[in-house]
Design a protein around this ligand. Structure first.
Ligand code: UD1
Length: 439
């Protein structure tokens, strides 16, 4: 296994290209199951989660080719035949988003067998709302041997209200409803931009959808879908873009994120401006620069368009640097503060009180050995390491490979000192050795 070694204290400067959004790519890859034939997708990020999803699609009988025409972001998928309607435990256990196959398999094959996702590092994350919505469309489910066995004779449109605006739940239900007989209305639906991208892709295959990006999505079912006529390009990753902008703010740098879904990033841009950073938007580029001190800014995570939970951990790291008090409230997931214990090891002053982190920032962070626990917690520790005095060694970095394409390369191009080394490579961690003046 590898680790990251970061020598902190260097302001980041330059332009960083934003990759395709992981959370849009995953449902869109799965949605190709709904239309038998050949599909071509562009701007697909090179991530471990994307590879997991392609291997899951391969397991159900749909082969793919990555790197069309020498471009690693271009993928061709052949969904002409589905051989198995199953997402086995060894895949679902590695990636919860595998549960997204449930809706498309039920719609295409009338049955689906998906291993139960189980708990994960950021809370229990049940899928009851996915099942509730699919049941409203006529599916029945049995739980047996750790699997959810779903079946349906004919999907029939329904009017339903979700108890919580779940993102992948909304996507699962949308992907079944596009092939249902009649009209479906999903109320209290999630409004995240990745759902809008999925709706656009489904429409390019012939689906009839209205209201995506609001809390009420209306879908008029069609008898069949066909592959989009032109290659579909996945939207840019707002969380990746936001992470680089926060890294610029944390290091007192000047970074342009290019290819960002600017209009979907309002909450993060507003919060960054409140810290005193200068944030300029030009087309699909966002520039963040900081010359003065960071001001503390409290945030609370909310469904879109509120402050995204996937930026919460990075914001805690930024606030650990800003002089003064701030609070960060997590309202989407329980147990999503695993990064706090690691930030404390770097000298942060943070107290956890239920779902709120109270931060007394400004004392300065120092390099330490830290352990990443989930994807966004890892990003938080990278930001902390980049701004800390001395050397930070970060273990368990495989989480980063799931959600950040070429992280080291991109940060290096911005001037960071960041190396990926085998875990057993000796490294001196912490403040640089003090040089004693000769007497
Ligand atoms: C998606 C994103 C993830 C992001 C999250 C919230 C993907 C692949 N992942 O995850 O990066 O952090 O949205 O923006 O897109 N819940 C239920 N019952 C359900 C489903 C969810 O109670 O059936 C609860 C969860 O426990 C959690 C909350 O709803 O507390 C939000 O979860 P959800 O929106 O479903 O997150 P994901 O779709 O898993």
């Amino acid at each position: 296994m590898d680790k990251l070694v970061i020598d902190g204290g260097r302001p980041l400067h330059g332009v960083v290209p934003v990759s395709g959004a992981k959370n849009a790519a995953l449902p869109i890859l799965v949605a190709t199951l709904l239309a038998p034939g050949e599909h071509e997708l562009h701007n697909v990020p090179e991530l471990v989660d994307v590879s997991f999803m392609l291997s899951l699609l391969g397991r159900v009988g749909c082969p793919s080719l990555v790197g069309l025409g020498g471009s690693p972001d271009r993928v061709r998928l052949d969904t002409t035949r589905i051989a198995f309607c199953e997402a086995p435990y060894d895949v679902v256990r590695k990636m919860r988003a595998s549960v997204l196959v449930l809706g498309p398999l039920l719609a295409r094959c009338g049955q689906a067998h998906v291993s139960m996702p189980g708990g994960c590092a950021i809370g229990v994350r049940p899928i009851d709302q996915h099942l509730k919505g699919l049941e409203a469309l006529g599916c029945t489910f049995e739980l047996d041997g750790g699997y959810i066995h779903g079946k349906v004779d004919q999907l029939v449109g329904a009017d339903m209200t979700l108890d919580f605006p779940t993102v992948t739940g909304t996507e699962n239900i949308m992907m079944a409803a596009v092939l249902a007989e009649g009209v479906s209305v999903i109320r209290n639906a999630a409004a995240e931009p990745e759902i809008v991208d999925l709706a656009r892709f489904l429409r390019s295959m012939g689906a009839r959808i209205k209201g995506e990006g609001t809390d009420t999505i209306e879908i008029d079912g069609v008898p069949a879908l066909r592959p989009a006529r032109r290659p579909y390009s996945i939207m840019g990753d707002r969380i990746e873009a936001g992470t680089y902008l926060l890294a610029a703010a944390a290091t007192g740098g000047d970074v342009v994120a290019k290819g960002a879904p600017v209009e979907d990033m309002g909450a993060v841009i507003d919060a960054l401006r409140e810290t005193g950073c200068e944030v300029d938007v030009d087309g699909d580029q966002i520039r963040c620069r900081r010359s003065g001190d960071l001001k503390p800014v409290s945030i609370s995570t909310q469904p879109h368009p509120g402050f995204p939970t996937d930026m919460q951990a990075q914001w805690v790291a930024l606030m650990a640097i800003a002089a003064g008090e701030s609070s960060v409230q997590e309202n989407i997931f329980e147990n999503r503060f695993m990064h706090v214990a690691e930030l404390l090891r770097m000298g942060a002053n943070i107290q956890l009180n239920g779902n709120t982190a109270l931060i007394e920032g400004g004392g300065g962070l120092t390099g330490a050995t830290v352990m990443a626990t989930d994807l966004r917690a890892s990003a938080s520790l990278v930001i902390a390491g980049l701004s800390a005095e001395g050397t930070t060694e970060m273990l368990r970095i495989y989480h980063l490979d799931r959600g950040y394409e070429r992280l080291c390369g991109k940060l290096e191009s911005l001037g960071a000192s960041i190396r990926r080394l085998p875990e057993d490579t000796p490294v001196v961690v912490g403040r640089p050795a003090q040089t004693t003046a000769a007497v």
